[in-house]
Write a protein that binds this ligand. Structure first.
Ligand code: GDP
Length: 304
């Protein structure tokens, strides 16, 4: 029910827009499809994914000859669930860490301000609560505030943090954090990385170097590269996903700030276009406000 509450704004907004788009119409015709296209684009599903959905609905209209607007919800819901299914299992209710990967290394990437530090803090809390031993690595050394904020979260959750002074080499911090994690017999090591999108080549170089140096300690690290995106920024989130996936191999996504936004559609478009599963959604600023993404709940919350 937290998800429903968190997504209330997205839900009412998407749902009411959809209702308006079909008002006074009994069958799905070109005008309804045009309206629907507008609703999806304005909900930040993204143009490509919107066109894909519209195409699929057009196909069904063509096949069945007649499609009532009363059925549109159901069909739209099916199509969106199908799109999300391509990348999201929907089975997960928590983050599972493979037993044979210890310490499990989670590298977190994303632009400043998207909620990267907060997400790391919430994750550390979730792992810690399950009795897993967590070590944080403050490899976002570009801003002093980033190191301080991560320290605040480490204190709040009660987990150790490995850090150096601002401006030090991120790869060196990551190396230390992994060594420390191994020495402490940690279950999970979460590495924060610099959130600058200075330019693609530098970003790629920096992330590649951090990875390479980590592999000197743990051969197959990182086991997961989590890209954090702000769900309220619409097209910016798409652009960031493009930049980061070009710079490094992103394996999972976290979409934050879905509590205060009418832009939940970002989740649909991004997981479709980048074919990367959304593992978490952020639904508030509090320590408990991170949920494992469940596509069924997500779609439900849109159409209830
Ligand atoms: P970073 O620069 O990417 O590390 O961003 P921070 O973690 O410092 O977060 C930036 C702001 O977004 C802070 O005020 C957070 O409290 C807020 N924030 C992070 N995640 C969420 C979320 O899921 N919902 C809301 N409403 N705020 C969030």
């Amino acid at each position: 029910e937290t998800l429903d509450k968190g997504l209330e704004k997205s839900k009412s907004s998407f749902f009411s827009k959809l209702t308006k788009a079909v008002a006074g119409k009994s069958k799905v015709d070109d005008e309804v499809l045009d309206n629907l296209e507008e609703v999806l684009v304005s909900s930040d599903v993204g143009v490509d994914t919107t066109l894909k959905i519209i195409d699929r609905i057009e196909e069904r209209v063509a096949k069945d000859k007649y499609l009532g607007t009363d059925e549109l919800n159901k069909i739209l819901r099916e199509e969106i669930a199908a799109l999300l299914s391509e990348t999201n299992s929907g089975e997960d209710t928590e983050y599972t860490i493979p037993a044979d990967k210890k310490p499990y290394v989670l590298m977190v990437v994303g632009v400043n301000g998207v909620g990267k530090t907060t997400t790391i803090g919430k994750l550390a809390h979730q792992f810690n609560k399950k009795g897993l031993k967590v070590v944080l690595g403050a490899a976002d050394t570009f801003r002093a505030a980033a190191i301080d904020q991560l320290q605040v979260w480490a204190d709040r959750v009660g987990v150790p943090i490995v850090k150096q002074s601002m401006g030090s080499d991120p790869a060196s911090v990551a190396f230390d954090a992994l060594q420390s994690g191994v020495a402490q017999d940690a279950d999970v090591i979460i590495i924060d990385t610099a959130g600058r999108l200075h330019n693609k080549v530098n970003l790629m170089k920096e992330l590649t170097k951090v990875k390479k140096v980590m592999q000197k300690v743990i051969g197959d690290a990182p086991h997961d590269v989590l890209l954090v995106l702000d769900g309220s920024t619409g097209q910016n989130a798409f652009e960031q996903a493009k930049q980061f996936t070009a710079a490094t191999e992103v394996t999972t996504l976290a979409v934050t700030k879905l509590d205060g936004t009418a832009k939940g559609g970002v989740v649909i478009g991004i997981s479709d276009q980048f074919q990367i599963p959304v593992k978490y959604i952020g639904v508030g600023e509090g320590i408990e406000d991170l949920q494992v993404f469940n596509k069924y709940e997500f779609v439900d919350s849109f159409f209830k």
